[in-house]
Every structure is written in structure tokens, then in C-alpha cells.
Design a protein around this ligand. Sequence first.
Ligand SMILES: Nc1ncnc2c1ncn2[C@@H]1O[C@H](COP(=O)(O)OP(=O)(O)O)[C@@H](O)[C@H]1O
Ligand SMILES: [Mg+2]
Length: 377
Amino acid sequence: MRVIAIANQKGGCGKTTTAVNLSACLAQLKKNVLLIDLDPQGHATLGLNVKPQELSKTMYNVLTPSTQSKARLDEIIIPITEKLDLAPANIMLSAIEQELSGKPEREAKLMQAISLMVTSKTYDYVIIDCSPSLGLLTFNGLRASNELISPVETGFYSLHGISRLLEIVKLISKQLNCKIQVNALVTMFDRRTKFSHEVKEEIGKYFSGCVYKTLINNNVKLKEASSYGLPVITYNKRCRGAEDYTMLAKEVVAQEKAKKTVNVAAQAKEAQNQKQENNAVAPTTPQASVAKKGAVFTFYAEDAKHVGIAGDFNDWVSSTQEQMENIEKGVWARVLHLDPGKYQYKFVVDGKWIIDPKNPKIERDLSGNVNSLLEIK
Ligand SMILES: Nc1ncnc2c1ncn2[C@@H]1O[C@H](COP(=O)(O)OP(=O)(O)O)[C@@H](O)[C@H]1O
Ligand SMILES: [Mg+2]
């Protein structure tokens, strides 16, 4: 059984859309799937046309420490199709953080609930739709999982906070002494803009290349399907969104085979490392290369004709090379690849020099001019 958390503390990046549609597409591929809604907003529940406010038993009952209201996971499950089941949630779930505070093993409640489930069905996949926070519920989701899919949209601030999520995954892996396999999923991709392609590259770097090949394109049918409480393959099986999520499900299934090969390679590597340690030889680490990192700049100027960026990194010359791209009405964006360090910069909007209104960090240069300050670590 593969337990996969869909998490990213940023709201609106496509977690629920991915959880619902990946689950439905895996079920279409004849896999037994349990979708667990771990968000008090109950969006995954609504997305499968189950009314959260009408439920008497939900994930709240599974996770609560109160013996009176407690239920087993299998007792709250609602069958959606022959292959797809739902463990629903509603607003009650928001009380859990407080109810579990100070309780021992409070991050392990979901993991325990999954292992104590009594069903005649063996699930091939348990997919967990996490809430947009890094609180106790998401901790429970990650702790119960052996994999994490982190949807990252190709928009502004999309990578904001990702390092924190990855740190937490590392921490949990260490606590559990077992690795959680992390993969990013690029969502809301817009093929037409250079910016989308640039952000996609950055996502690859943040996740050390662990990114699904399948890209989830921007597709309004995904939004429509969820408003009807249907997975997109049921709503419109020929649309782009249905194709994308079907492809993703196939890629997820194909990982099983790949994993076996990787495991063999990892074991060999581990054995080699062990041998080196035993021989008291310093491990051979790759040459520490100071990698350039991508910085995403965005600026809003509805009536501007040209927006550029100038700073320490380009000797304050706003040449055509540093022009920003007008990716949608009024929105200008640009990714620059910079070495770690501190940089002062300004936007050049139709020849006018302006500090970055979204960046509170400023610094004066030697001539006393105020510039925006960016630090790449
Ligand atoms: N690929 C996509 N194309 C267009 N709209 C999308 C796409 N993915 C998600 N959406 C829409 O964006 C909104 C936020 O998505 P959702 O999956 O609810 O995000 P999260 O669960 O991360 O908060 C929803 O209205 C959803 O229908
Ligand atoms: Mg959601």
C-alpha cells in the first residue's frame, strides 16, 4: 500500500484538485484507492459531491482523543465508486489541533488509524489531501505517508515556503528513520509564457530534480468539474485536465517499477558508504559548487510599456536582456539566476526607477539612493 500525502502549505496551488483527480484516475486504472480528506474546509469531500455539513462521522471522529466520539477509519468511509472510497472531513476537524495538544504521539494519530483499519478491501493507494498549513493535521498527514506529492503552481510566490516544508519532511523522516519520497508536481502550467517555463526550472532545482514529468496545465474544466462535485474524468474525459491527470496516475503507477531498481542502486550505494565509514576514509562528497539560484521578480504595472530590472547583478544597466515579460495584463515577471549573496536592485518602468513595492527590505547605496535588497542564500 502506498500512502501519499498531497501537501504544500500554500493555499490554491492545486492540492485538492490533485488529490481528487489523481485518486479518480488511479481508480480508473483499476487500483483500490482511499482518499482521506485532512482539511477542515472539506474541499475534497465536496469535490466528490458529498455534503460535509450533512455528515455524522468524519475524520474528526477518527482523530479525536475523546473515547465517546471516537470511530475507526473504516467506520467513516463512504464508497464513491467500486474502486474509490472517501474518508470525509468537515469543519469539525479544525478542533483537533486543540484537542490533541499536549497528548502523547499526537502526530502519529493518522498513521495509527490507517494501520488499525478493518476492511475486506486492500487499498493499493491511500491519498491524503492536506490543509494549507504546517500544523498538526499536516504533520499527521506526512507522518502517515511514505510519499509526498507537493503541487507547485507556476505563479508568483509559488516557491515561497517550500524550503520549510522540505525541512519538516526531513525532520519527520529522521524521527521515523525512514525516508519520505518527495516529488513536486507542476500545476496550473501555462505553456505560452516564458515565465511558466522558468518557474518550472526553479521547481526542479528546489526539489533536486524530483519532479513529475507530467505537467498539469491550466484548464478551466478542472475548476468546472470540482464545482459539480465530479472528478474531471467523469465530467469531461477528453479535456486537457483529464488527459493530464490520467498521465500523472500512469506515471505514479510506473514509479513502483522504477522504485525497485532505485532501491537496488541505493542499497549498493549504502553498502559502499558503510565500507568507507568502516575504513575511516572521508566520504567522497561531490565538489561543493556554489550553485546559482533563481530569483523570481514580479511587478504590477497596468499601463507600462516596458519594465526592466537593474541592480548589482547587472551593473545597474537595464538593457534589453533584463527586460521583464508581460505575462498577463499588468503583470510583469522575470527569473534571474544569481550566485548566493546580497543584491540591491530597482525596477525600471518606462524609464522610471522604482523600488520593489512588495519587498520590505531596502538599503542605501554609497550615494545615498534607496534600493530594494535581496539576499540569496
Ligand atoms: N490546473 C488547473 N487549472 C485551472 N484551475 C485549477 C487547476 N488546478 C486547480 N485549479 C483551481 O484552482 C483553485 C484552487 O485549487 P485547489 O486544488 O483547491 O487548491 P488547494 O487545495 O491547494 O488550496 C480551485 O478553484 C481549482 O478548481
Ligand atoms: Mg485544498
